[in-house]
Design a protein around this ligand. Structure first.
Ligand code: P6P
Length: 337
């Protein structure tokens, strides 16, 4: 097979376009690629390697930690620490922020937030899962330990964000603010190859993704939108199709390519929404906006403008094709809580 441009080559080209680039972000991405290859290998033999199944521990959210959650967290943490360009990390699997304490790492000018294995409850049933990451410049002085203020930045300050989806193939999809590009992993040669250059979210679509089991608890505007999706209207290609995998990265990836909207509204179980603002909502919001879509937490509330107050805070999330987000937003405005 003709090898298209590898991710390493793509990053070097991008670096040459920015003469002031120090190569540190390139090095950071090399560590992400390395950890992704290791996690890819374990996921693809999870059933054999006795690393599926709950590890017995619980994460800060009280969710049973699957062994692969912990494994992925450890591999990404180690890879990010090894190169001395990242001074600290926040993770769904870490109750507190991790400040890398070597003098070398404390000179690093980046911090990373991540969900090392989102959707991991699907591992045991062989459904696609993903790693989500978000990268910022640190705010505290280089040479000092990372502090919470480095992590509580609004999403509009992200330097880069992306995900690895471990599905029928493993893909890296990310942005540095210059559009969105997708790279497919070829395990036979161990490289990520450019497969989806300049990914664009269709302005509209016919797929809506939401856990309708929570319907009775949804805000009135969301109920109205779900009914709008289900009512026949050939002129606007309705009824839409309901597709919900229960794995944000998988639902997002499909909707990015085909057009669609993903919604995790407030509910009685999750009065502030379920997804985490810092390492799920913000990175996915950066990606969808760079691809021409929208991401809001409510009417007029752009996800990336929200100022975080806690590492693991949650937020409602409505993101995808811009016109579909417009549609749900209009119904939230017309039916205020
Ligand atoms: P529910 C996985 O736990 C996750 O964080 C997302 O990946 C997914 O979209 C959502 O939660 C599923 O939540 O409540 O519908 O099972």
């Amino acid at each position: 097979m003709e090898i298209t441009k590898t991710h390493g080559e793509f990053i070097i080209d991008a670096q040459h376009e920015h003469p002031d680039a120090s190569g540190e972000l390139s090095s950071l991405f090399a560590s992400i690629r390395l950890a992704a290859k290791i996690v890819h290998r374990e996921i693809n033999k999870a059933g054999l390697a006795d690393i599926t199944g709950a590890a017995g521990a619980e994460n800060v959210q009280g969710e049973a930690q699957q062994k692969l959650d912990l494994y992925a967290n450890d591999k990404f943490k180690a890879a990010l620490e090894a190169r001395g360009v990242v001074c600290g990390l926040a993770s769904e699997e870490e109750e507190h922020l991790v400040s890398f304490d070597s003098a070398r790492c404390q000179k690093g000018k980046y911090i990373v937030l991540m969900d090392p294995l989102d959707g991991s409850s699907n591992i045991d049933v062989n459904v696609s899962v993903g790693t989500i990451f978000s990268i910022y410049h640190r705010l505290t002085p280089v040479g000092t330990p990372a502090k919470e203020e480095d992590f509580l930045q609004p999403g509009n300050k992200q330097v880069a964000a992306g995900y690895i989806i471990y599905g029928s193939s493993t893909m890296l999809v990310y942005t540095t603010g210059q559009g969105v590009n997708g790279f497919t992993y070829d395990p036979s040669i161990g490289v990520f190859c450019l497969s989806n250059p300049d990914m664009r979210a269709p302005k509209t679509g016919t797929i809506y993704s939401v856990n309708e089991g929570n319907y009775v608890h949804f805000p009135e505007g969301i109920k109205k939108y779900i009914k709008y999706c289900q009512i026949e209207d050939k002129a606007s290609n309705r009824p839409y199709t309901s597709r919900y995998i229960g794995s944000l990265v998988a639902d997002f990836h499909r909707n990015l390519i085909k057009g669609g909207i993903y919604m995790y509204p407030t509910s009685t179980a999750y009065p502030n929404g379920k997804l985490r603002l810092l390492y799920e909502c913000n990175p996915m919001a950066f990606l969808i906006e760079q691809a021409g879509g929208r991401a809001i937490a409510g009417p007029g509330i752009r996800i990336m403008d929200m100022v975080p107050t806690e590492l693991h805070q949650r937020a409602p999330l409505y993101l995808g094709s811009s016109r579909m987000v417009d549609e749900v937003e209009a119904r939230m405005v017309a039916n205020p809580e």
